[in-house]
Design a protein. Structure first.
Length: 176
């Protein structure tokens, strides 16, 4: 029996990087943390391709959770870049359109537009707390994707060849 542990890091980096970029892409990020399910499936697929069949649901859970953590780190650091200002601009435009179409003066919408117009207020503690919470949430969603991916791509173990007794030779009879 093979007790070797599969290598989770590379599949988690691939799935997490893909999911983290999608989480920060304007308009695509509207699906929010649902991108972690396909990211976890991608990581499980890479894991199955690297290790072969015979993965367990626990392997998918581990690689999926690691994928969520990687995606949270990618998302957090991409959030410090100019992509964040693009996302804030898109959200301001959406808030303007909602106010335009509603026809009513909504104080909540006005507060949202004011918050989006102000420059972001980053603190190290806020960044770390946000990263921790995001990593926990994304790890749970990625875990689900990893389990689904292993169920689809890596759970089947090859069956051993059957041991049938050899057939008696043809043309000989044991009857005397």
């Amino acid at each position: 029996m093979d007790n070797a542990k599969p290598e989770y890091l590379v599949p988690a980096l691939i799935g997490g990087a893909a999911s983290g970029v999608l989480l920060m892409t304007p308009f695509v990020n509207l699906c929010c943390c649902l991108w972690l399910i396909p990211g976890g499936v991608l990581a499980a697929w890479v894991l199955a391709a690297r290790t072969g069949p015979g993965l367990k649901a626990g392997d998918g859970a581990v690689v999926g959770a690691l994928t969520g953590i990687v995606a949270a780190v990618v998302d957090a650091f991409l959030g410090l870049t100019p992509l964040q200002s693009i996302n804030r601009s898109v959200m301001r435009t959406m808030a303007d359109r909602m106010a335009e179409f509603s026809g009513a003066q909504l104080p909540q919408l006005d507060r949202l537009k004011e918050q989006l117009a102000a420059p972001p207020n980053y603190t190290v503690a806020g960044f770390l707390i946000g990263l921790f919470v995001l990593a926990a949430v994304l790890a749970l969603v990625g875990l689900l994707g990893g389990v689904i991916g292993v169920a689809v791509f890596g759970a089947k173990k090859p069956s051993p060849p059957s041991q049938q007794p050899p057939a008696p030779p043809q043309g000989h009879s044991d009857a005397t």
